[in-house]
Design a protein around this ligand. Structure first.
Ligand code: NZQ
Ligand code: ZN
Length: 395
């Protein structure tokens, strides 16, 4: 196990009706806030009314900025920064999914910074301070509600890039599984795919002697695999949603990568897909992750056998270790299919015209590598993108 420091400062309020507490959660930080949300789902579901009632009851003034798109855009972040400065906003409240939360985090980081907030995404600058951010989560997926990262798309060149800083952990996050009941099935599947990817990115490591975090990743994966079909079939199954929602937070709040180095190549490659083609992040991951696995599994066959046996219940004696490992990957693909997700580029509407461009962007024109389990250069990324075009799983 590697040395580590673990501190996750986000206060979680979890359970039925938790959103009605938002006024009290905000009060220690602010009397005037930016209420930030997406394309309107919170108005349709009635959550918006509950939020403003609670804020009014607590005497909190709010200015609204809606319109966050999935794969959130830099231009709206700039607009939010301007509003916060002009209106002397003290906290940004994100009500929505990972896109709204990431947009709120970027606004928070940009307000006290004199340059362009995009500097934090290119590595030109690091945040020194930020406005506090609070969240009400409406979709278990990105894990942004308790993560130290925020992913934004710059429309100028369609670069989708992440900022990681311990300053941007939300101060508080409100998680009520009931808020997920209204999710369309495709969004549920994309969210589940993202949660699983966060666990698998951490799982595929070269760090030896990490049994506790291996087993925590495996048990969280199994919990998600068991409960995802339930929430898809029974959208108002509170208990199943509670497992998925808390699983989504635990998958990405950095507890499960304590003492180990995760991979993250699949995320870096996927961000090129969703940056250029605007597909849902989880849909892109269902395509890239199996292809990545097929490309790298021989690097540590034992780890892939362990994954197949412990997560997917593949019998250890499944002919040979290699066949056992490949059977684990096949079961993952079939699980994606069972949720209605495609595992090839064509299935998400992407042809092979821009694979070279994506491989180049992802590796900084071949000057850098992605991934830690196996370090991948531009040529490797291109091979993985080519493998992603082929749907090999059999039902
Ligand atoms: O915009 P509205 O109208 O709210 O609709 C949203 C949106 O269209 C809808 N939705 C959300 N909750 C709903 C609902 N519809 C009905 N009922 C509800 N309860 O779902 C759609 C998708 O929302 P979005 O926020 O985009 O989803 P998600 O949470 O999957 O976030 C994806 C973004 O997070 C980034 C991704 O790259 C992507 O940009 N990520 C952020 C991470 C982080 N900050 O730690 C880590 C992840 O790896 C990921 O990269
Ligand atoms: Zn993700």
């Amino acid at each position: 196990m590697e040395n580590f420091i673990f501190q996750n400062p986000t206060r979680i309020t979890f359970g039925k009706g938790a959103e009605n507490q938002v006024g009290h959660e905000v009060l220690p930080y602010a009397k005037k806030i930016l209420l930030h949300y997406g394309g309107g789902s919170i108005k349709k579901t009635g959550l918006y009314q509950k939020v403003i009632s609670s804020l009014k009851e607590a005497g909190i003034e709010f200015i609204e900025l809606s319109g966050v798109q999935p794969n959130p855009r830099l231009s709206l972040v700039h607009e939010g920064i301007k509003i916060c400065r002009e209106q002397r906003i003290q906290l940004v409240l994100a009500v929505g999914g990972g896109s709204v939360i990431d947009s709120a985090k970027a606004i928070g980081a940009g307000v006290p910074y004199s340059g362009d907030v995009w500097d934090f995404y290119t590595g030109k600058a690091v945040p020194k301070e930020t406005l506090p951010v609070g969240t009400i989560l409406t979709i278990p997926a990105a894990g942004s509600e308790a993560s130290n990262s925020a992913v934004i798309t710059n429309e100028d060149g369609w670069f989708k890039r992440g900022l990681t800083s311990d300053l941007i952990y939300p101060k508080f996050s409100i998680l009520n599984p009931e808020l997920a009941f209204t999710l369309p099935k495709h969004q549920v599947a994309c969210g589940v795919s993202d949660i699983m990817a966060h666990l698998m990115e951490r799982y595929f490591t070269n760090t030896p002697n990490v049994e506790l975090t291996d087993r925590l990743c495996e048990s969280t994966l199994k919990t998600i695999i068991n409960n995802a079909p339930l929430v898809l079939e029974q959208p108002d199954n509170y208990d199943a949603w509670a497992e998925v929602m808390w699983g989504g937070t635990v998958a990405h709040n950095n507890l499960l990568n304590t003492g180990r180095t995760g991979d993250w190549a699949s995320h870096d490659i996927e961000h090129e897909l969703s940056g250029i083609y605007d597909v849902a992040h989880g849909a892109g991951l269902a395509v890239i992750f199996p292809a990545w696995m097929k490309y790298v599994y021989q690097h540590d066959l034992n780890r892939f056998v362990q994954y197949a046996v412990r997560v997917w219940n593949v019998e250890n004696s499944f002919r040979t270790p290699e066949r056992t490992a490949l059977e684990g990957i096949r079961r993952l693909e079939n699980f994606y299919h069972s949720m209605g997700l495609a595992t090839d580029l064509k299935g998400i509407g992407i042809d092979d015209n821009r694979l070279e461009e994506m491989a180049s962007k992802c590796t900084n024109s071949g000057h850098s590598t992605v991934g830690n389990f196996v370090k991948l250069g531009q040529g490797d990324v291109l091979q993985i993108l080519k493998l992603s075009g082929i749907n090999t799983a059999k039902k």
